[in-house]
Design a protein around this ligand. Structure first.
Ligand code: HEC
Ligand code: HEC
Ligand code: HEC
Ligand code: HEC
Ligand code: HEC
Length: 289
């Protein structure tokens, strides 16, 4: 070999190898980028729905709750898409001649469901469950974004494995009180907007009731008018008192802890919602069964 190829051709060959390597890496990165691009994941794209249904109008404008239409989100793996009957609750009376609503009336008369195009659609080999997320303090907005500000629905996030894992590795950064899961405008606690939480120490309390939180100072400074303050009253059954006696009792004062930082609140909720460790939550069997 040494007679035929001199030193410089050896260097050239090495250079060639390096170059080939670089090209392969570049191609890999490009493919990877492509696989993550909105073009493939459809992140951010508005589907061409049969009816231009606006969450902004129905949620923010009319004040409808998510559960009014997505009735099974707390109890099952699927959130569910509302049947035509739900729309007709109102549209039998309102906007009855609107051309936009023709497909709704059509569906009502024929009994065939409206052919909504799915915006979020995980591959079949991935296991997902709404109820567990919602009952452990992950809000709709953490995964779907500000739905109340969407004239047309789109996917806020990629729903790729890396996105799921990013939260499963560190759920604390996204946990909120379960009473706030539908709150589209929920803000993480800060010095300006602290949150107070008290643990409900009854051993058999369901996860969703294991913590009471409020955004108003429960010590009563600035008035006792906190909406959630009533939660401080122990249920009559627990005290053995009923009726007027229980109602007349001053609220017991469980120890509220003040949180001005998301990670502090997150770690507190992790304990009381009994969230598994990142190691458990990122093991393959959780999502691929
Ligand atoms: C008046 C009924 C109604 C209400 C209230 C409502 N939705 Fe919807 N939602 C629908 C309909 C109909 C669709 C299917 C059409 C579409 O995608 O826009 C849908 C679709 C969705 C989708 C996408 C489903 C898919 O195809 O992947 C998400 C996510 C969603 N809604 C979240 C919410 C959240 C969060 C709230 C509360 C803030 C809410 N919805 C309130 C009727 C409703
Ligand atoms: C609680 C009553 C109510 C329900 C339930 C309801 N709507 Fe509406 N919808 C309204 C009202 C009121 C308007 C007029 C809103 C406006 O102009 O701001 C409207 C407007 C619309 C419009 C016109 C465009 C727009 O957004 O302003 C469409 C399309 C529509 N609704 C579709 C639906 C569909 C599809 C469903 C069922 C998934 C549904 N609505 C359920 C009350 C309702
Ligand atoms: C942890 C993230 C996460 C949270 C929290 C979450 N979703 Fe979803 N949602 C998803 C994923 C992922 C899908 C796609 C599921 C699939 O393809 O099987 C989805 C799908 C949907 C759909 C389409 C129908 C279905 O069930 O597949 C609706 C409607 C919906 N979500 C509404 C909601 C509402 C309302 C809330 C809050 C109460 C909520 N979601 C909270 C991740 C989430
Ligand atoms: C914003 C945070 C967040 C995101 C995003 C998220 N999860 Fe989760 N997930 C959680 C939390 C919190 C739990 C509850 C953990 C516990 O109870 O120990 C959970 C639990 C689960 C479970 C366990 C269900 C069971 O019964 O064991 C599955 C499966 C799951 N997630 C799948 C997914 C998939 C698939 C995605 C992405 C499409 C996803 N999650 C995205 C926070 C998240
Ligand atoms: C928190 C849920 C979750 C966990 C844990 C998880 N995966 Fe996934 N995985 C997903 C989702 C969601 C997809 C679909 C991604 C998509 O549609 O692009 C996926 C896709 C895949 C794919 C298909 C190729 C691809 O990237 O699209 C393989 C292979 C895979 N996962 C292997 C694993 C292995 C091995 C583990 C354990 C180390 C694991 N997954 C843990 C959620 C999860």
């Amino acid at each position: 070999m040494a007679q035929i190829f001199d030193r410089s051709s050896n260097a050239l060959a090495r250079m060639g190898l390096v170059l080939t390597g670089l090209i392969i890496i570049a191609a890999g990165v490009t493919l990877d980028e492509l696989q993550r691009s909105p073009w493939v994941t459809r992140q951010g794209q508005r589907a061409d729905q049969p009816i231009p249904f606006s969450h902004e109008h129905h949620v923010q404008g009319l004040g409808l709750q998510c559960q009014y239409c997505h009735t099974t989100v707390e109890t099952s793996s699927y959130a569910g898409i509302p049947p035509t009957r739900t729309c007709m609750n109102c549209h039998a009376e309102i906007w009855t001649n609107a051309q936009l609503l023709e497909p709704v009336r059509q569906s009502w008369y024929t009994g065939e469901s409206i052919p909504w195009i799915r915006v979020h659609d995980l591959p079949d080999f991935v296991f997902f469950n709404h109820s567990i997320h919602v009952n452990k303090g992950i809000g709709c907005a953490s995964c779907h974004g500000r739905v109340d500000e969407m004239p047309l629905m789109y996917a806020q996030n990629t729903l790729q494995m890396e996105w799921c894992l990013d939260c499963h590795r560190n759920p604390a950064k996204n946990l909120r009180p379960t009473s706030e899961i539908y709150n589209m405008a929920w803000e993480s606690p800060s010095e300006d907007h602290p949150v107070w939480c008290a643990a409900n120490d009854k051993a058999d309390a369901p996860t969703a009731q294991s913590v009471n939180c409020t955004t108003q100072d429960p010590s009563g400074q600035g008035g006792a008018g906190s909406e959630m303050a009533s939660l401080r009253m122990p249920p009559a059954a627990a005290t053995g008192l009923t009726g007027e006696v229980a109602a007349a009792m001053p609220p017991a004062s469980p120890s509220y802890v003040k949180f001005a930082d998301q990670m502090d609140l997150g770690h507190f909720l992790e304990v009381h919602y009994k969230i598994r460790t990142p190691k458990d939550l990122t093991s393959c069997e959780v999502c691929h069964r």
